[in-house]
Design a binder for this molecule. Structure first.
Ligand code: MG
Length: 254
């Protein structure tokens, strides 16, 4: 298999499952590090910031470089720092989203005065809180969605993902958001810019065709699908656009 400079790993379903590390993934990451290659970690999860992911990986025996971790909370904050630096931003989400925006010193405000609404997973959503953010968007705030995942893995199966709440808000307001997470290219572009890579030096590795693999294909970099997560090889072979490689376990990539 071709060698790359920027290995971009999805997290859930690729490196771990919930709170359980996937041992071959940990071994593969350590192996890359021994060769002097520090991988990138790219997750659509907007409920965590870089430090949260770094700590979670450390507990699993994986040492990650904090700056090489991109969550959609971090990517949304970096996007707003570039495009909405002087805007008043309303956040609908969890602690990781707030921490990521605080780290960029962005101007976070209440619902009445917002120019921008950033919506990430909020597992404390209620009728009242959803109505509140709906009204922020109805009143003209720019609508940004951290990610479009319909469902998310949980300890017992699946839960409702942020993308499903986004559909609710888009339906209610008649306004479509700008999406930050995979399959959009924002996080891969941040990686490319931060490391000065060319696209042929980058590879996206993941278990989910609709997020990880499509993200890499659209960004025109190589992709590696790893079995055992959301999509099987057989399911993906029915799709029009194919990943560069299929592997059963991650040790095959080194
Ligand atoms: Mg995944």
């Amino acid at each position: 298999m071709k060698q790359y400079r920027a290995y971009c790993f999805d997290l859930d379903g690729t490196v771990y499952k919930g709170t359980e590390v996937i041992e071959v993934a940990a071994e593969t990451i350590r192996c890359l590090q021994q060769k002097g290659i520090e991988p990138y970690f790219i997750t659509n999860n907007a409920s965590v910031n870089r430090e949260d992911v770094e700590k979670k990986l450390a507990k699993m025996g994986i040492t990650a470089v904090r700056e090489r971790i991109y969550t959609t909370a971090v990517a949304s904050a970096l996007y707003c720092a570039e495009h909405h630096a002087s805007s008043r931003i309303y956040l609908y989400g969890e602690e990781g989203l707030r921490k990521a925006f605080a780290e960029q010193n962005l101007h976070v405000v209440g619902p009445e005065e917002a120019d921008v609404a950033v919506v990430g997973i909020n597992r404390n959503s209620t009728y009242e809180s959803l109505s509140e953010v709906m009204n922020v968007i109805r009143n003209g705030a720019t609508f940004i969605a951290t990610n479009s995942d319909k469902i998310i893995p949980t300890a017992t199966g699946f839960g409702v993902g942020n993308g499903s709440f986004i559909r609710l808000l888009a339906h209610a307001t008649g306004i479509e958001p700008l999406y930050i997470g995979k399959p959009e290219s924002t996080m891969l572009e941040l990686v490319r810019e931060s490391g000065g890579y060319t696209k042929d030096e980058m590879v996206m590795i993941g278990d989910n065709y609709d997020t990880d693999i499509l993200c890499g294909i659209r960004y025109e970099i190589d992709t590696i699908h790893v079995a055992g997560g959301v999509h099987s090889k057989e399911q993906i072979q029915e799709r029009e656009l194919q990943p560069t490689y299929f592997v059963n376990t991650l040790t095959e990539i080194i």
